[in-house]
Design a protein around this ligand. Structure first.
Ligand code: IPD
Ligand code: CA
Ligand code: CA
Length: 263
């Protein structure tokens, strides 16, 4: 990586850790909770203040970079030209509110649509999953370079049971995938679940409805781990609009796609 990208990565790490410190100071206090699209879609003032903290750092240091964040602190973007930071200030807000743990800050930094640096920070555990296109994937400062491919019947898949119960596209096929694998898990943070695939804690992660900020950081971790992330129809992920997501080990990915196509 050239000097400029090294500096961007260094700053991104510092800022995500600082943002995490602020969240830790707030997590056991009282914070305002509001609902968004439905009564289970939560947002707190900590989500907003974290996004605002990161946006200020980025825009003051790199005024030419652009920003796409869940809480809409900056204007919506309609193209990925130049350098774009895609940020979810708290991924797993329901866990943040109910459990006060098991949430992450997620940042993906893209240049002309290509992932350069991905960071997913499990604030309460102090685990920073990060990757860049030159050095690969790390947990904190430890390099991760082991991936174990497992067949579907030995695989653990991150999957929210709602997708199995709702009558919609892929429901039947997903029930079959859930029956065929060794077990399912639902951690409640897409960014963490994608990071877990990348570092070999689970073998795949499936969601039917995510936004770019949910997966922008995780997709870079996965690529650097040699894993694959696409939509459920095997098309490329979009970093401008919502969609389905299948993140999986390289050899497991086509097996799951096959099930989804048959279903
Ligand atoms: C949510 C989490 C959750 C996923 C939802 C996302 P948020 O993000 O990633 O695991 O199932 O679809 O919206 O709202 O906590 O940032
Ligand atoms: Ca999210
Ligand atoms: Ca969020």
């Amino acid at each position: 990586m050239d000097v400029t990208w090294r500096e961007i990565e260094q700053r991104a790490k510092e800022w995500i850790i600082q943002a995490g410190e602020q969240i830790k100071d707030a997590v056991n206090g009282s914070f305002a909770i509001e609902t968004k699209s439905n009564p289970d879609d939560l947002v707190t003032d900590i989500d907003k203040s974290t996004e605002s903290f990161l946006y200020k750092k980025i825009s003051l240091t790199y005024p030419e970079h652009r920003f796409l964040g869940e809480e809409g602190i900056s204007e919506a973007i309609d193209h990925l030209d130049g350098i774009v930071w895609i940020v979810d200030p708290i991924d797993g807000t329901m866990n943040f509110v109910h459990q006060r743990q098991n949430f992450a800050i997620s940042i993906g930094i893209y240049e002309n649509g290509t992932g350069k640096i991905g960071l997913v920070y499990d604030v309460m555990k102090g685990e920073l999953f990060h990757a860049n296109d030159q050095d690969g994937l790390f947990i904190n400062e430890e390099k991760v370079d082991k991936q174990t491919e497992r067949p579907l019947h030995e695989a653990i898949i991150g999957l929210n049971s709602n997708w199995l119960l709702e009558e919609r596209q892929y429901q039947k096929a997903l029930v079959e995938v859930a029956k065929s694998c060794r077990g399912t898990r639902s951690y409640g943070s897409a960014a963490l679940e994608m990071a877990y695939v990348a570092v070999d804690r689970i073998d795949a992660y499936i969601s039917l409805n995510l936004s770019p900020w949910d997966y922008a950081g995780g997709a870079i971790l996965l690529r650097e781990a040699g894993c694959v992330s696409t939509r459920l129809d095997n098309q490329e992920l979009s970093f401008l609009k919502k969609g389905t997501v299948l993140a999986a080990k390289k050899e497991l990915h086509p097996t799951i796609i096959e099930h989804l196509q048959e279903g």
